[in-house]
Design a protein around this ligand. Structure first.
Ligand code: ARG
Length: 588
C-alpha cells in the first residue's frame, strides 16, 4: 500500500500543478502542532521565493483546488502561508481497513530484495557473556528482523571470537592443571576422546585464571603465544582440544542467546576465515599494497581528505600471527564467496570504529568486495546511573545472566503487586516482560548513543518502556476476551467506524503511520523509530480506551467498529514488538 503521506502529497501535487506551480513544493508532513491539525504542507513558503509572490496567495489558490477532496475534511491556510490539514474520517477508515487485510499491514516489500549479512553478537569462546554483549545481540537481532520484514534475504552470523590468544591461554592453563591429558602427550597417535575434559563451569574458571596469570607470568604468556600459533598451524592435539572448547562453549552460548530471543543463522567464527588468509596476503603483496614495517606486514590506508590519522592496517605480525583485522578481511572474502551479499552490516562497539575503518579501506583498495556495501553500525556504551560503564556493585564486569535475572526479579515484584496472576504464572510472565524491559530500554535509544541502564525506569509499567507497551497489548487482549465472552465474535468485526469520536480518530491517525515508520526505521537502520512509534500508538490507544466505553456501547455496529480498531491496534503493536525482538504475554 502506498504510504498515507504519499497519497495525500499526490493530491497536493496535482493542486500545485493545476495552479501553475512546481509539484515539488507539495510535500506533506505530519503536523508539528497536533493541537491545530493532523498534517501540514509548508510548500507555499518555498514556492513564494521561487515565484516571487506572497506565500498566502499561492496557498490560497492551492487550497481552493482541494475543497471537496475526499481525502481531506479540512484544508486551510494560516498566515503567512502554511497549509493545515485535517484528514477525512472516511479516508482514514478505509485505509485502516486495507491495512487490516494485509499480513504486512500495508508495508510494501523492498524491490529488488537485497542480500545482507549481519555480523552481530561477537561473543568470545570460553568467556561468559557479560553486559557488553547485550547491545550487539539486541540491536543485531532487531536489524535482522527488520530487514527480513522489509523483504531482504538476511544471514545473521554470530562471528565467534574463537581463534585468538585466549585459545592458547586456555590450552596452557589446562596443561598446568591437568598435565596428564592425552592432548599433551606428544607421542600419542590414537583417536582423541569425544568427551571434553571439562564442563562449561570449569571452562569458565580456566580462562580468567589463565588471563590473570598471563599478566604476571611472562614465560606463561610466551607459551600461550606459541600454543596459539601451533593451534593456528593445525597441530592435531590442540585442534582436538580447541574443538572441545568450541563445542562446550557454543552449547552454552546458544542457551544464553535463546533466553534473549536472539538467534543466528550461521555460527561461523574467526577460525573459519583462516583458510582464506594465505592467498589473501599473497594477493596484497602481488598488488603492491602491503609493505614490511618493523617486521610486520602493513597496508597504508590514509586518504588525503582525512582529518585525523588513520594508522596503517597490520595484516601480519612479525611472528607470522594473524590479527583481528586479518581475520575480518578474510571473512569478507568468505562471505562474498558464500553469499554474494549486497551489504554486510557490522554491529559492534563504537570503540571499534577505527578497526572497521581500516578494514573497509583495505577491502576497497584490494577490491575484495566491489559489489558489497560495508556498513559499520556502531553502538554506544551501556552506562550505570553514575554515567560510567555499567559495573557490578563490587566494580566488576557483570555477567549477562545476572543482569537478566535482576531485571526479571524487578518485574516479578511489580506483577505480584498487581496480583492478577498466580505466583507460578508471575514467574513466567516476568521473563517475558523482563525481556521487553531490557530490549526496549536499549532499542528506544539511538544505537550510536550511550544510555543509562536503569532497572527501575525500564521495568516500570508506565512511561516510555517495554512493559508499558505490553500492558497496552494485554489490555486490548482482555477487552477482546470480554467481547467474546459477551457472546459476540471478534472475527466478525471487519471494518473500523467511518465516523469517529475525537480520540478514536486520533488513534487512526497514529495507526496509519505504520508503513512510514517501518520505512524510516529500515532506511536509517534505526530501531528507535519503531519504539517511538509504538509509544505514541500506545498513548493514543489508552486515551481512546479511557474516553470511549467500548464494552458499554449499545450501538452494536459502532461497537463492532471499535473492536476492529482494537484488533488492528493489537496487530500493529504485536508486529512492531516482534521486529524489536520480544513478545507479549496474555496477562500481566
Ligand atoms: N569478538 C569481538 C569482540 O569481542 C567482536 C566481533 C565483532 N565483529 C567483527 N566482525 N569484528 O570485541
Amino acid at each position: 500500500m502506498k504510504k498515507i503521506l504519499d497519497l495525500m502529497t499526490e493530491q497536493f501535487e496535482q493542486a500545485f500543478s493545476r495552479c501553475g506551480y512546481d509539484a515539488g513544493y507539495a510535500k506533506i508532513t505530519v503536523s508539528n502542532r497536533p493541537d491545530l491539525c493532523e498534517y501540514q504542507c509548508n510548500g507555499a513558503m518555498g514556492a513564494a521565493k521561487a515565484y516571487k509572490k506572497a506565500p498566502f496567495l499561492i496557498a490560497d489558490a492551492v487550497v481552493a483546488e482541494l475543497q471537496n477532496n475526499e481525502l481531506f475534511e479540512k484544508v486551510e491556510v494560516v498566515k503567512p502561508g502554511f497549509i493545515n490539514i485535517i484528514a477525512s474520517e472516511q479516508f482514514l477508515a478505509s485505509y485502516a481497513d486495507q491495512m487490516a487485510e494485509d499480513p504486512a499491514l500495508g508495508f510494501e516489500k523492498t524491490t529488488p530484495a537485497k542480500t545482507a549479512v549481519i555480523d552481530y553478537g561477537g561473543p568470545n569462546v570460553a568467556k561468559p557473556l557479560h553486559v557488553g554483549h547485550l547491545r550487539p545481540a539486541v540491536i543485531g537481532e532487531c536489524l535482522k528482523r527488520l530487514l527480513r520484514f522489509a523483504g531482504d534475504k538476511v544471514i545473521g552470523d554470530v562471528h565467534l571470537g574463537d581463534w585468538g590468544l585466549q585459545m592458547g591461554l586456555i590450552i596452557e592453563q589446562l596443561r598446568s592443571e591437568q598435565p596428564d591429558l592425552v592432548y599433551f602427550d606428544e607421542n600419542y597417535t590414537g583417536e582423541y576422546p569425544s568427551e571434553a575434559p571439562f564442563t562449561i563451569s570449569e571452562l569458565e574458571t580456566i580462562y580468567p585464571a589463565a588471563s590473570a596469570r598471563s599478566k604476571e607470568d611472562e614465560a606463561f604468556k610466551e607459551r600461550a603465544h606459541t600454543a596459539t600459533l601451533k593451534l593456528q598451524e593445525g597441530y592435531r592435539p590442540y585442534r582436538a582440544l580447541w574443538q572441545h572448547i568450541l563445542n562446550v562453549s557454543v552449547t552454552d552460548l546458544k542457551k544464553n542467546y535463546e533466553n534473549l530471543s536472539v538467534s543466528f543463522d550461521v555460527w561461523k567464527g574467526e577460525s573459519d576465515a583462516d583458510p582464506y588468509i594465505p592467498s589473501m596476503i599473497d594477493d596484497f603483496i602481488a598488488k603492491g599494497l602491503a609493505h614490511e614495517s618493523q617486521g610486520a606486514l602493513v597496508i597504508d590506508v590514509e586518504e588525503e581528505s582525512d582529518t585525523k590519522t588513520i594508522p596503517p592496517c597490520i595484516v601480519r605480525k612479525s611472528d607470522g600471527a594473524a590479527l583481528y583485522a586479518t581475520s575480518d578481511l578474510a571473512t569478507i572474502i568468505q562471505r562474498v564467496q558464500d553469499y554474494k551479499p549486497d551489504e554486510i552490516i557490522y554491529v559492534a562497539d563504537n570503540r571499534q570504529e577505527m578497526h572497521f575503518n581500516q578494514v573497509f579501506r583495505v577491502t576497497k583498495k584490494a577490491e575484495l568486495a566491489p559489489d558489497t556495501r560495508l556498513i559499520f553500525h556502531g553502538f554506544g556504551t551501556m552506562n550505570g546511573k553514575d554515567g560510567k560503564p555499567f559495573k557490578t556493585r563490587e566494580g566488576g564486569v557483570m555477567r549477562l545472566e545476572t543482569l537478566i535475572s535482576s531485571i526479571n526479579d524487578a518485574v516479578y515484584e511489580k506483577i505480584m503487586e498487581n496480583r492478577t496472576v498466580s505466583e507460578a504464572e508471575a514467574k513466567n510472565v516476568a521473563k517475558i516482560v523482563g525481556l521487553s524491559a531490557l530490549k526496549y530500554g536499549d532499542l528506544s535509544n539511538q544505537s550510536s548513543k550511550d544510555y543509562i541502564f536503569d532497572i527501575d525506569r525500564f521495568s516500570s509499567f508506565e512511561g516510555n518502556t517495554g512493559p508499558y507497551i505490553l500492558y497496552t497489548i494485554v489490555r486490548i487482549k482482555s477487552i477482546l476476551e470480554k467481547y467474546e465472552a459477551s457472546g459476540k465474535n471478534a472475527k466478525d468485526a471487519v471494518s473500523v467506524n467511518k465516523t469517529q469520536t475525537p480520540s478514536e480518530k486520533a488513534l487512526l491517525v497514529e495507526l496509519v503511520k505504520f508503513n512510514d515508520c517501518i520505512d524510516a526505521a529500515y532506511t536509517e537502520l534505526a530501531p528507535h523509530r519503531i519504539c517511538s512509534y509504538i509509544y505514541s500508538l500506545s498513548n493514543a490507544f489508552n486515551k481512546f480506551y479511557h474516553e470511549n466505553n467500548i464494552m458499554g456501547e449499545s450501538d452494536e455496529a459502532k461497537q463492532s467498529g471499535f473492536i476492529s480498531l482494537l484488533k488492528l491496534t493489537e496487530k500493529t503493536l504485536e508486529t512492531c514488538i516482534d521486529i524489536l525482538g520480544f513478545s507479549a504475554p496474555d496477562r500481566m
